[in-house]
Design a protein around this ligand. Sequence first.
Ligand code: TXA
Ligand code: MG
Length: 355
Amino acid sequence: METKYYKLNPKALDHHILDEAVKCLKKGELVAFPTETVYGLGADGLNGKACEKIFQTKGRPSDNPLILHIFEKNQLEDLVLDLPQDINKIIENFWPGPLTIILKRKGIIPDIVTAGGDTVGIRYPKSPIAQGLLAKLGHPIAAPSANLSGKPSPTTGEDCLEDLEGKIPMILDGGPTSIGIESTVLDLTVSPYRILRPGFYTKEDFSALGIETVYDKSIIKDGHIPKSPGQKYKHYAPKAQVTVFVGDETKRLQGMQDEIHLRKNQKIGLLLFEEHLHQFQGLKRSLGRQNHLEEMAQLLFFRLREMDRLGVDEILIEGINQPGLGISIMNRLKKSAGGRMKVYEEERDGKCNSF
Ligand code: TXA
Ligand code: MG
């Protein structure tokens, strides 16, 4: 299949291109498109056959439900039941944006979207391209991240091309995504509400508004089965083996130097905070500034894919030990490393140990 690749300016949308993309979606075909978090692989969310193609194309396990994207708050009532008391507060503060909420589904949603379950994930993205597509289609768009299953989520149009060229008819390239990690998944069917996947919005963001949430146990402790099916699979993994170094700064940097020395004959790629780049020789890239975690979130998946393109055997990554967005970033890093972590005891007090 030929894959058409269009560059779109999110600030001046080319409606001819959006119309062509919507034509594909209406025919039951798939389109990759940018959101503010990561790129999505979209299908008409009310067309079960089209949604089935998402699973085939990504190689996605059939028990992993899709989320539906909407573009108006009032679409919610067509899709879900039992809205909780806090729904307006949540929507007003976090939508459009990187928050997916889990609610009881209505029968209009195809079974394949929810993997046969009685709940569904709904998100109202902020990206103008995503909103443009949704407004023109008039239906919700089912869209997981546009990577092949197991690989890091795509944050550029080129990433989508790498995974999906020849497999789908169209990719819309709207430039690098601004957030870089996927939405926070918040289950509103339980009390207290439960964060099933940590993302850009954190427990602290919810609690600042008086909304009590808890992390799913699997996020903060090993050995628990996650309630979000997608969280249990191998994920975010580049081809190269990843090791994450975390904890006391002096010790973790020394640990990385020692590891490089041990692996002299291998091609090693280093992902480091901006401030530490100068301390290392060899193939190295920045993860942004140490105390600006939103920069690390934005760059992380891009850097993992870049390291694969550079053909390294091993990637050594500097991790972080911080609450909030730190927990979301470490959740991704830990999975990309398949649990290969070197943890160094902090010399100083006052930091959490929650990854
Ligand atoms: O930022 C994002 O959320 C991106 C963009 C494209 O919107 N989408 C995304 O979708 O990351 P996906 O499918 O890669 O991840 C959705 C996560 C999966 O872990 C899935 O298991 C979980 O949400 N999920 C979906 N429906 C659910 C449900 N009904 N109950 C529990 N977890 C659910
Ligand atoms: Mg995904």
